[in-house]
Ligand binder design. Structure first.
Ligand code: GLY
Length: 593
């Protein structure tokens, strides 16, 4: 069913978006609410712009998100005078339905917020948390050897306490203007009346059918009559509709202290093949944490993002900080990619050694971004061939550290939301259930995360502890890098991406593409990928980047052409307004007004 007919039938936005009593709610007559037809036309125009490689432009507000249904839900909120935080709630509620493999109520997220009124940047940590009963051996067999990745992922063992519902509510509490309940109307309507399955979702279900079938609930939903849902099919999810109705009506109480907490705990613990150790106490103790933003200077800008437990902000900042002293000629120059690739390898070496949940492990956050440290690390790039070997450095720190290098495996997954509202607030949020389809366990119409496999499966290496080992109540290290770039204290870029640990180089190179090479938002996200984290240079297959394979091999790199499925969503706040790009490798679009 088309969105237009849902809206025309009055199914959308049945709950009023703005509460009468909200003192600072925007009066409807001051807003420029989009009609259903205008929304459909905007989606068509956005898809054409993306296909043509053109940035979308707007003057008042903009969002760039991973799915047209979610974009429409957010656009409706923004056009009615909602804030970026309001729109995020509506977007996330719909993403959890139409892109369930990537993010949702069963997962976690990090959010960076620029507040136009105060000029302040805040970061919220809604990361999943390990159960109190988790031990460093969680992902080891009886002989102390790491489990195979998917043996750890599928089932209850990998599930952490979800943080996304709490983060949605906390962001709305701090920065929302709209009526909370009204923000779920699009999600509820789509869940109950059905949405059209996208090609991407259908392909991913088909590719994961065997694992999904292990949970009868996930199997019945994704594999009706035993065969994978098809692209173009209408899919209804009344259980998800009910979960959204509960969230809309009662807030997150029942999620963390009631019915859903009980159901999730039971599902995790009763998983016969691979039970987990979550308990209701873990849910009751869950909290969103405000963390200090981490910012690095680059070409006269402040590149700001999420600190530990994410490595995103620190490692993106380190890569750019090391590149600051070098000239990056252009995107066709192999030497520019040598510099970017080896800066990335050096950043990843520090990340593997030092970054984990700073509530459990002392992390040299300031030392890793200290200008003199980055100058020293960046000077290692001054040759003209690939670095032969790369190791963690020794950033300044007031603790003595003896840590071994991390071995966590992170496969591409996740979703990114970029929003600028009509008040000038900016939101950058990366949201995930970790692996595609998470743990494959389904409760309340949504999938449960497998975020605990972002911990290192080994706790020690040759007797030396690994910072990102499993510990009770700890949050696994992430690569998510929701980013807001400031110039003279004002936001100029909002960006982020899914992609496992490749998120970090995706975001760093997109910022280079815009800040060094002057590419606009759409050109920057479309630019073919060249990614180096651990030595091998991954080159996006079937693109012009393959022309760089031979020169990079000549510099000493092993190269590998492969699909590189980023999902970059970028908004540039420029002189003439807002300019948005959505990743051509996925289904996202930009809408704005
Ligand atoms: N699970 C993806 C990340 O947190 O980086």
């Amino acid at each position: 069913m088309k969105l237009t007919s849902l809206i025309a039938a009055g199914i959308f936005f049945a709950a009023p978006l703005f509460a009468q009593e909200a003192s600072d709610a925007v009066a409807p007559e001051t807003t420029t609410e989009l009609s259903a037809v205008a929304l459909d036309e905007a989606v068509a125009a956005a898809q054409l712009a993306k296909a043509a490689g053109e940035a979308v432009t707007a003057q008042s507000w903009m969002l760039s998100v991973a799915n047209p249904y979610a974009a429409q839900a957010g656009a409706k909120v923004l056009s009615e005078g909602g804030t970026a935080a309001d729109a995020m709630v509506a977007v996330q509620a719909v993403l959890g339905l139409v892109e369930p493999q990537s993010s949702g109520l069963g997962g976690g997220a990090f959010l960076v917020w620029y507040d136009a009124k105060t000029g302040r940047l805040s970061t919220l940590d809604g990361r999943e948390t390990a159960p109190l009963a988790a031990r460093p051996t969680l992902f080891q067999d009886g002989a102390g050897q790491p489990l195979k990745f998917f043996d750890a992922v599928v089932g209850g063992r990998s599930v952490g306490v979800p943080g996304t519902p709490a983060l949605m509510q906390e962001a709305h509490r701090r920065w929302g203007k709209a009526n909370w309940a009204g923000l779920f109307s699009s999600g509820v309507a789509l869940a109950e009346s059905g949405f059209t399955v996208s090609a991407r979702l259908a392909d991913m279900v088909a590719g994961d059918a065997e694992r999904l079938a292990r949970d009868p609930v996930a199997g019945a939903y994704f594999l009706p009559d035993g065969r994978p849902v098809k692209a173009g099919e209408l899919l209804k999810n009344p259980n998800y509709g009910q979960s959204l109705r509960d969230l809309a009506g009662m807030g997150v109480g029942p999620f963390y202290n009631g019915k859903l907490a009980k159901e999730i705990v039971a599902k995790v613990r009763n998983d016969v093949a691979n039970p987990g150790v979550l308990s209701e106490i873990d849910f009751a103790l869950y909290e969103v944490r405000e963390r200090p933003p981490v910012c690095a200077a680059y070409r006269g800008h402040d590149i700001c993002g999420m600190g530990p437990p994410s490595s995103g902000g620190l490692t993106v900042g380190q890569i750019l900080g090391m590149l600051e002293q070098h000239v990056l000629t252009d995107a066709q120059d192999a030497n520019a990619w040598r510099l970017i690739g080896d800066a990335s390898r050096l950043g990843f070496a520090d990340r593997g050694r030092y970054i984990a949940d700073s509530d459990f492990v002392p992390v040299p956050t300031e030392g890793l971004l200290a200008p003199d440290y980055l100058v020293k690390r960046g000077a290692l790039l001054s040759g003209d061939t690939a670095l032969e070997s790369v190791a963690a450095g020794t950033p300044e720190f007031d603790h003595s550290l003896n840590l071994a290098d991390d071995e966590a495996i992170e496969l591409p997954s996740t979703s990114h939301i970029s929003i600028v509202d009509s008040y000038g607030n900016a939101l950058s949020m990366t949201t995930t259930i970790e692996n595609a389809f998470g743990s494959r366990l389904m409760v309340g119409g949504f999938l449960l995360n497998n975020e605990l496999t972002d911990f290192s499966f080994r706790s020690h290496s040759d007797g030396v502890p690994i910072a990102n080992r499993v510990e009770p109540g700890k949050r696994p290290r992430s690569s998510m890098a929701p980013t807001i770039v400031l110039k003279d204290g004002k936001p100029v870029v909002v960006v982020g991406s899914p992609g496992g640990s490749r998120i970090i180089p995706y975001v760093a190179k997109t910022l280079v593409a815009h800040l060094d090479w002057g590419l606009d938002a759409q050109q920057a996200v479309s630019l073919p990928h060249l990614i180096n984290r651990f030595g091998t240079y991954d080159i996006e297959e079937g693109t012009s980047a393959e022309a760089l394979s031979t020169p990079l091999q000549g510099m000493g790199y092993e190269v590998k052409a492969r699909a590189l499925n980023s999902g970059l969503h970028m908004i540039v706040l420029g002189e003439g307004g807002l300019f948005g790009g959505a990743d051509p490798r996925r289904e996202g679009i930009v809408l704005g007004q």
